[in-house]
Design a protein around this ligand. Structure first.
Ligand code: ADE
Length: 245
C-alpha cells in the first residue's frame, strides 16, 4: 500500500518510519510512504505557504496554491485516490476507519498546520477529513503517522504473527483479553491456571469472557456496537446481575 503524505514538516516522519515494524514493512515492499514537502511547490522568493486570514483575526492560514499543486503533481488528474485532510474537524479515526482505509492501494494524507487551511482545499481537493480525537494538536503530522501505523499493521504480512491483528483491542469491537508471559509466578503474582492448562477450548472461552469483562468495566459504550454471540450476551447478563446484587 502506498501513502502519499503532504506536509510542511517532512523531517518529522523518518525517525518513526525507520523504526521497528514499519521499517520492516517498508523494506519488504509491503508499504511505501512518500513524504512531499508542500514548500517545494511554492514559486515566490520566500516560499510562502501561509497568509493572513481574510476578515482578520489571529493566526495564519495555509495557502491553497502549493497544496493543490503538490497533490496534482503527485497524484495526477482523476486518480480516484482518497485525499484525506488531517484535521480536528474530521470524522473520528477508529479501528473501523483504519480497516476501511487498509483496502485502498494508495491514499494521500494532507497535514494541516497553522490555524487551518484555506477552505477551498477542503471543498475542492479533499475527499475525506479525519481527526484522531477531540483535542487540538499543532499540526496533522502526528495524526498522519497514527493513520499510517494503524492502517499498515492491518495489511497482510506486516505483523510477524498472521493472527496478530485479529485479537487486537477494538478488532472485534471489544477490548483485548489480558496477556501473560514467563515467569509463571512473579513477586507472588501468579499467571491464571487456565492459561497453563493446555486446554485451548477453555482458554479461548476464558479470553472471550475476559474481553467482555474488561469492555463492560472500562468501555461499556463499545458493547453497544460489538458483535456478540448468544453466549456472550448470557455472560454479560450474568455480570450485570452480579454487579447489581
Ligand atoms: N490537527 C490538529 N489536531 C488534530 C487532530 N486531533 N486530528 C487530526 N489532525 C489534527
Amino acid at each position: 500500500m502506498q501513502f502519499e503524505v503532504f506536509t510542511l514538516l517532512p523531517e518529522v516522519f523518518p525517525p518513526y518510519l525507520e523504526t521497528s515494524i514499519l521499517k520492516r514493512a517498508r523494506e519488504r515492499g509491503l508499504i511505501d510512504v512518500r513524504i512531499h514537502n508542500i514548500r517545494d511547490y511554492t514559486h515566490d522568493k520566500h516560499h510562502t505557504t501561509d497568509d493572513m486570514p481574510y476578515g482578520g483575526g489571529g493566526g495564519m492560514v495555509m495557502k491553497p496554491e502549493p497544496v493543490f499543486e503538490a497533490v496534482a503533481s503527485i497524484l495526477g488528474p482523476g486518480s480516484g485516490v482518497p485525499v484525506i485532510l488531517l484535521t480536528p474537524q474530521g470524522r473520528v479515526f477508529d479501528q473501523r476507519v483504519a480497516e476501511e482505509l487498509s483496502h485502498y492501494e494508495k491514499i494521500a494524507l494532507i497535514c494541516g498546520r497553522y490555524e487551518g487551511v484555506d477552505e477551498r482545499i477542503r471543498e475542492h481537493l479533499v475527499t475525506d477529513e479525519i481527526s484522531i480525537g477531540d483535542y487540538v494538536l499543532t499540526g496533522g503530522e502526528l495524526p498522519a503517522l497514527i493513520v499510517i501505523d494503524a492502517v499498515s499493521r492491518l495489511l497482510p504480512d506486516v505483523l510477524g504473527d498472521p493472527t496478530g491483528a485479529q485479537d487486537d483491542s477494538h478488532a472485534s469491537g471489544l477490548l483485548e483479553y489480558p496477556h501473560y508471559t514467563r515467569p509463571p509466578e512473579f513477586q507472588g503474582w501468579k499467571v491464571p491456571d487456565i492459561l497453563l492448562s493446555g486446554d485451548h477450548a477453555k482458554i479461548d472461552r476464558w479470553r472471550r469472557e475476559q474481553s467482555l469483562l474488561r469492555t463492560y468495566r472500562k468501555r461499556p459504550d463499545l458493547l453497544e456496537k460489538a458483535e456478540l454471540t448468544k453466549e456472550d450476551l448470557r455472560f454479560l447478563e450474568k455480570l450485570k446481575n452480579d454487579s447489581s446484587s
